[in-house]
Design a protein around this ligand. Structure first.
Ligand code: 6PG
Length: 256
């Protein structure tokens, strides 16, 4: 298991530009190899700027959009046109502005039924897309992640039963802000990703970033500590405020 790469930037803008560069690089790499580029997008406010950047130049025209397949790492149990919908956020800021085929968008089916049913449906969607045999895990080419102030990641909240999920790729849970039922990818899926990119900004994240990255093992309380890709690479992109309590070396801070 490789150590995560930690990079520190002056602000959300420069951090988001680096994330956009990583997105373009990985998308091009996949297309050059004749492969699909499967991504899981994050909710929350931090990735908004990344989505806006990818929707415009100089990034938009460098991405082979036809090979991009967009999933979500988690979704809130609200209709798809609700302001709190993670689908709606990524769609309105990014996906509607790029030539991504509509069939390449795989949203969590909120809107009818319940979160448990939607989790089972989304799991089937993943299994079909990744052509998975029983017991195999999806391996996303890129998962974008945010870090909650309480140490949550996707909709994997501290002490929740979802953290123990060892058989399903997708599960229903509840919590967070808004405190509604949620559908989330599970830890084994995050840990089978080929590339994880964390976006963490703001002084309010400084202590949790330190606890997750440099603190003692508190895996039940800090779900983010349990995200350790088995074969993939994890990259943490933090702004200077969020990295304020880290002891990362000056080379990492030199990105700022
Ligand atoms: C969600 C998320 C969640 C988010 C973090 C960080 O749907 O709420 O995907 O895990 O990424 O809470 O959120 P911010 O970027 O808003 O700090």
């Amino acid at each position: 298991m490789a150590q995560p790469v930690i990079r520190v930037f002056a602000d959300l803008e420069s951090l988001s530009r680096e994330a956009a560069e990583q997105f373009v690089r990985l998308a091009q790499q996949q297309a050059q190899a004749g492969c699909r580029f499967s991504i899981a997008l994050a909710g929350g406010s931090t990735p908004r700027r990344l989505y806006e950047l990818l929707a415009g130049e100089p990034y938009r025209s460098r991405v082979p959009w036809a090979s991009v397949h967009a999933f979500w790492g988690d979704e809130r149990w609200v209709p798809p046109d609700h302001p709190d919908s993670n689908f709606r956020q990524a769609f309105s800021l990014l996906l509607t502005h790029v030539p991504l085929p509509a069939g390449n968008i795989y949203r969590v089916p909120t809107g009818s039924g319940d979160a448990t049913l939607a989790a089972a449906t989304y799991e089937r969607t993943l299994r079909t897309f990744f052509k998975l045999q029983d017991g195999a895990w999806p391996a996303f080419d890129l998962v974008v992640l945010g870090l909650g102030e309480d140490g949550h990641v996707a909709s994997l909240f501290p002490q929740s039963a979802a953290l123990q999920e060892a058989h399903h790729a997708v599960t229903a849970t509840t919590g967070g802000n808004p405190n509604v039922p949620r559908v989330t990818l599970t830890l084994p899926v995050l840990n089978h990703a080929k590339h994880l990119v964390w976006l963490v900004a703001g002084a309010q994240k400084a202590s949790v970033a330190r606890d997750v990255l440099e603190g003692a093992d508190r895996a039940e309380e800090l779900p983010a500590q349990r995200v350790r890709p088995t074969h993939g690479e994890a990259m943490w992109l933090l702004d200077r405020a969020a990295a304020g309590l880290l002891h990362v070396d000056e080379a990492a801070k030199g990105n700022a």
